[in-house]
Design a binder for this molecule. Structure first.
Ligand code: TYD
Length: 234
């Protein structure tokens, strides 16, 4: 494997936000754009992204909320993330590929750390400490690579508009899975708190995060994505 210096490593871009913001289709669009530009990249997602992490994804998304407590759930997300980082993300970045991931740790911060249901909140300090371990990958030469996103795009949309869009997409999708049972079926209040959580998180991480107005039409949303990504090229 070529030993690339930090400058030659691929860029790691994550897509975040609540339901119906269209982040997954914008991710596909960015992937097509990068292909046009000749930028080698991979597309992945969380929870999941590696075969093993996808098994954990199934476990989390199909589980009954009463069956697993919030810390167990967070640890499962973290276990999946560790496998994903070590087996997929880090090797890709190390060989110069870009990585586009549909969700990453920011989702844990918002859904588990700032959980809309206070009783389910996982301690943010504990989460930050485990995250630091999860993203640390030791290379053959003994150096430690920290695999954190270079840029995070947060797709923000009015909750009711987002939920209506998400329901439409779910209804149209033929391979609908249990994710909709576990997370999408929550109340509007829950989703409003998720939105507030992402906005709060954005305010605290403006150096890395970019807020995308996802209420506009698809082309207008993509021009915001493009504008932000082009900063990385220059
Ligand atoms: P998914 O079907 O991928 O949803 P979406 O299309 O909204 O991305 O389901 C993933 C769900 O898991 C989503 O509701 C957010 C949640 N999640 C967490 O709660 N914590 C996490 O760390 C991650 C990565 C996802």
């Amino acid at each position: 494997m070529p030993n690339l210096d930090a400058k030659s490593r691929g860029k790691f871009i994550t897509f975040e936000g609540g339901e119906g913001g269209g982040k997954s289709s914008q991710l596909k669009r960015l992937s097509a754009y990068l292909t046009e530009k000749g930028i080698d990249h991979i597309v992945t997602r969380e929870p999941g992204g590696s075969d093993f992490a996808e098994k954990i994804r199934d476990l989390i998304l199909s589980s009954d909320k009463d069956e697993i407590d919030p810390l167990t759930e967070y640890l499962l997300f973290s276990a999946a993330r560790r496998h994903h980082v070590k087996s997929i993300i880090e090797p890709a970045l190390f060989t110069g590929k870009w990585v586009l991931s549909d969700r990453f740790y920011d989702s844990s911060v918002v859904y588990q750390g700032l959980s809309p249901e206070p009783i389910n909140q996982v301690d943010l300090g504990y989460m930050a400490a485990t995250y630091d371990r999860v993203i640390s990958v030791k290379r053959e030469d003994g150096s430690i690579n920290k695999v954190a996103p270079d840029m995070t795009l947060i797709f923000d949309i009015d909750v009711r508009v987002g939920l209506t869009r998400a329901k439409k997409v779910t209804a149209e999708s033929t391979n609908n899975n249990s994710a909709s049972d576990h997370f999408e079926s929550k109340s509007v209040i829950f989703h409003q708190k998720v939105r507030d959580g992402f906005l709060e998180h954005y305010q605290n991480n403006k150096d890395r995060c970019r807020l995308i107005d996802a209420s506009l039409d698809l082309d207008a949303v993509f021009s915001q994505v493009q504008k932000n990504i082009e900063v990385i090229f220059s």
